[in-house]
Design a protein around this ligand. Structure first.
Ligand SMILES: [Zn+2]
Length: 59
């Protein structure tokens, strides 16, 4: 299953089964957070959407 990965450095979202080694946007080896949607509010796990609550979150 594909997940949505958000770069912890620049916030770029990449789609794939696992996070990339290097961010295609900022070219850093940063951590990627899984921001895939798992709730019906954004379309559910099969929608391929990101969860807006996770993408917008700063931690
Ligand atoms: Zn990045």
């Amino acid at each position: 299953m594909e997940h949505q990965w958000s770069c912890s450095n620049c916030g770029y979202v990449v789609k794939g089964e696992r996070p990339p080694e290097e961010c295609p946007s900022c070219h850093q080896k940063c951590e990627f957070r899984d921001v895939s949607c798992y709730v019906p509010e954004c379309g559910g796990p099969t929608s391929g959407n990101v969860d807006p609550r996770l993408v917008g979150k700063k931690d």
